[in-house]
Design a protein around this ligand. Structure first.
Ligand code: KG4
Ligand code: ZN
Length: 352
């Protein structure tokens, strides 16, 4: 029997994504972003994001179907992000997904956004080894997860950021440095000609006795802002490349150090790095270096699948459907601060 075809919808932040996956294969996906509309505010404005999803959802789904060479009638299930994320933004995606599932007469699955980031990697590199450690680093999250069977087992949340996410730190410091939003790519570019040892920025929560898997980036952000301020007060030009390279080094060092400590402690031979910050050149290079030294295999999806998209939600839906998970009721609602326990955000009875 042919594998079921799953449509995935993502709308938790500023990206409206639709993707189609069947039997772990990505058939097509489309992402529309309202990032430009938020740029002048220096961050995502929830109401603007929700309105942009209303505009983008139907065209994005239509185009994803076109790219896959399919019609709505060919879809066997719809999966949608129901949390965590911006409440209004999530509600637009869920309402659209319910309408599509109802119209097509197919089951609906509510998916945890972070499980989607994890599953994105399977679309390029095949099934995840059991177990593996996953580092999710984006503008909204910085989490270390211990993952077994994504469709069946609970995900162990090893640690999180206690304040800012890593991408948020890049975005906010970039603003102080006078770089454009989003700041991560701008810092990455500026760092190319810099000396990463030029400024000794702190490595938060890496002292003995600190939580080994928790992150904190707000102190680092303040340290970078102070450093910039000191130069300005002295009337000096900001050594931007050195500042960017040193900041990037501090972030990459802490992220990879903690991720590899988790691999060692939990006996995982594979580290998966996902999320927008996984696109950072230094994060990638240092992860490769340290994984090679520790004999750990490193998996990083290509940038288009690292950032928010609908394909990753379809990938979770595909795993759930094939595991025989029970679909969600049509009165399912969003959960903007959903903790990650299972990949499905509604209770599922699995076929044993
Ligand atoms: O995963 P993502 O697209 O959206 C969510 O936040 O869920 O991640 C966006 C974040 C932003 O903070 C952006 O500055 C950061 O990822 N980012 C980068 C790079 N590309 C994107 N940070 C560092 N270096 C990059 N090359
Ligand atoms: Zn995300």
């Amino acid at each position: 029997m042919a594998s079921p075809v799953v449509l995935g919808i993502e709308s938790s932040c500023d990206e409206t994504g639709a993707g189609i996956v069947s039997g772990s294969r990505l058939l097509g996906h489309v992402v529309a972003s309202s990032m430009d509309e938020h740029a002048r505010f220096g961050g995502v404005v929830p109401e603007i994001a929700a309105r942009a999803h209303v505009q983008a959802l139907a065209p994005v789904v239509r185009e994803a179907l076109e790219r896959a060479g399919l019609r709505l009638g060919d879809i066997d299930a719809v999966a949608v992000t129901t949390g965590p994320g911006l409440s209004g933004a999530l509600q637009v995606g869920l309402a659209g997904a319910k309408a599509l599932a109802y119209a097509a007469g197919v089951p609906l699955y509510g998916v945890h956004h972070l499980a989607g980031h994890v599953a994105a990697d399977t679309l390029e590199h095949g099934p995840l080894p059991d177990p593996c450690v996953v580092l999710i680093v984006s503008g909204g999250h910085t989490s270390l997860l211990f993952v077994r069977d994504l469709a069946r087992d609970p995900v162990l949340h090893l640690g999180d950021t206690v304040d800012d996410a890593a991408g948020e730190c890049f975005d906010k410091v970039a603003r102080v440095f006078g770089l454009p939003y989003p700041g991560g790519p701008a810092i990455d570019r500026a760092a190319r000609d810099g000396d990463r040892r030029a400024v000794a920025f702190p490595r938060p929560l890496t002292r003995p006795g600190d939580d080994p898997y928790a992150f904190s980036f707000s102190g680092l952000k303040t340290a970078a802002a102070r450093w910039a301020e000191r130069h300005r007060l002295r009337g000096e030009e900001l050594p931007l490349a050195d500042g960017a390279a040193s900041l990037q080094e501090a972030v990459a060092d802490v992220l990879t150090r903690k991720a590899l400590a988790a691999c060692a402690a939990y006996g995982a031979r594979t580290l998966v790095v996902v999320g927008g910050v996984a696109a950072n050149a230094r994060v990638r290079a240092l992860a490769e270096e340290r994984c090679a030294a520790a004999g750990v295999a490193l998996r990083v999806p290509s940038p288009a699948l690292c950032t928010d998209n609908g394909a990753m939600i379809a990938a979770v839906g595909d795993l759930l459907v094939r595991a025989g998970a029970e679909p969600a009721p049509l009165d399912m609602s969003v959960d903007p601060s959903a903790p990650l326990e299972y990949a499905a955000l509604h209770p599922v009875a699995l076929v044993p």
